[in-house]
Write a protein that binds this ligand. Structure first.
Ligand SMILES: [Zn+2]
Length: 78
């Protein structure tokens, strides 16, 4: 199990996401950003829009995705 924060994933806060794979934490961040948007949290809007854009343009987003996977792989397993 590894931990990445909202900030690690391009967001503005220090909420921790836990997962076995990079996809787990990316999906957790996606849920977190959706909830923040629903709650009217403007501080997360930029990260939310960036994440939406990534789903829409997966090819252009490969760099971000690979970078996140590499960062996740480099984390200590706890
Ligand atoms: Zn956050």
């Amino acid at each position: 199990m590894k931990t990445m924060t909202c900030r690690d994933l391009g967001g503005p806060c220090d909420l921790e996401h836990h997962g076995e794979t990079a996809d787990d934490v990316i999906n957790a961040q996606d849920r977190h950003l959706k909830e923040a948007e629903k709650a009217g949290d403007a501080t997360h809007q930029e990260a939310r829009d960036a994440m939406k854009n990534r789903w829409r343009h997966p090819k252009q987003s490969l760099g971000w995705y690979r970078g996140t996977q590499a960062a996740f792989a480099a984390l200590p397993d706890r």
